[in-house]
Design a protein around this ligand. Structure first.
Ligand SMILES: C[S@@+](CC[C@H](N)C(=O)[O-])C[C@H]1O[C@@H](n2cnc3c(N)ncnc32)[C@H](O)[C@@H]1O
Length: 263
């Protein structure tokens, strides 16, 4: 028999915050609390989530910090041209847009947010409208696209910031994920192909093919723990012909992020 679910302090707090009873969650199998309340806190924002999007993770907040540090140190006074591939709820782009809104020295030229899922993109758009009503929303393009296949993304523009937290779980590991992830979060947001790096590799070759990255720009990726420089050298060596790669660990000391720039 399965062990009855025990709620964490975080889950209890979230239920209380949204006026729900513990029984509402205890009767829903391993449903993540965020899908019941409909919200998640990410950086300083309260973001809407639903079953069509991954629940943004705490590690991903660090990706936003990496972006913000990079622009603060390198792009002051330059025009920012930003692209996110696979935005889901919009979490990364929402938090980065919030950072830009609060920094008058940064100038925004392009802000492009994409996903292959129309339902995810609709939710991202809704979140932008709820959180940034009345600001420079008209500068944002929400584009449905399988990676970079939609030419509207790049016609007449290049990017100095490209960010992606694409699905990166190796296919054979998806079935081993916690039930709360495997049975509730969208498979489209999890399965990254045989090694988990297939989608990322394809996206990087499209960046090269269309020459999308400026010479001073960087690509920020969230990846699986074993997606190291050595892994790339062994499995996807042609990436090294075009990009130099820096590994960065997350707060749990797992290899988690890659930062690429043109060679
Ligand atoms: C791991 S989730 C990340 C969502 C969000 N960026 C975050 O950090 O919480 C990956 C996202 O990539 C999208 N995706 C999957 N395959 C894609 C593809 N071929 N092209 C574009 N987006 C894709 C999924 O729909 C999902 O929203």
């Amino acid at each position: 028999m399965n062990k009855p679910r025990e709620l964490s302090a975080y889950e209890k707090k979230q239920l209380f915050k949204y006026g729900l009873a513990e029984a509402d969650l205890l009767t829903r199998g391993e449903l993540p609390v965020e899908y019941l309340t409909g919200f998640v806190n990410f950086k300083d924002l309260e973001i809407k989530v639903n079953k069509n999007v991954l629940i943004p993770r705490v590690e991903t907040e660090e990706l936003v910090d990496l972006l913000s540090d990079f622009v603060s140190n390198n792009l002051l006074g330059k025009k920012i041209s930003y692209l996110e591939i696979g935005t889901g709820s919009g979490a990364i782009s929402l938090a980065f847009f919030d950072f830009l809104e609060n920094n008058q020295y940064l100038k925004l030229e392009n802000f492009v947010v994409t996903d292959i899922s129309k339902l995810a993109l609709n939710l991202a758009k809704e979140n932008f409208h709820i959180l940034f009503e009345g600001s420079h929303l008209k500068k944002i393009d929400f584009l449905e696209s399988d990676l970079l296949s939609n030419p509207e993304i790049f016609i007449s523009r290049k990017f100095n910031l490209i960010v992606a937290n694409l699905p990166y779980i190796p296919s054979f590991n998806v079935k081993k994920l916690d039930l709360s992830v495997r049975d509730y979060e969208p498979i489209l947001a999890l399965d990254g192909g045989k090694t988990g790096f297939e989608l990322i590799d394809k996206m990087l070759s499209q960046v090269v093919e269309h020459n999308l990255l400026t010479n001073d720009g960087k690509i920020f990726l969230e990846v699986y723990e074993n997606h190291t420089s050595k892994f790339i050298e062994d499995n996807f060596p042609s990436i090294n012909d075009f990009f130099s790669i820096k590994e960065i660990s997350d707060q749990f000391n797992n290899q988690r992020f890659l930062v690429l720039q043109k060679r």
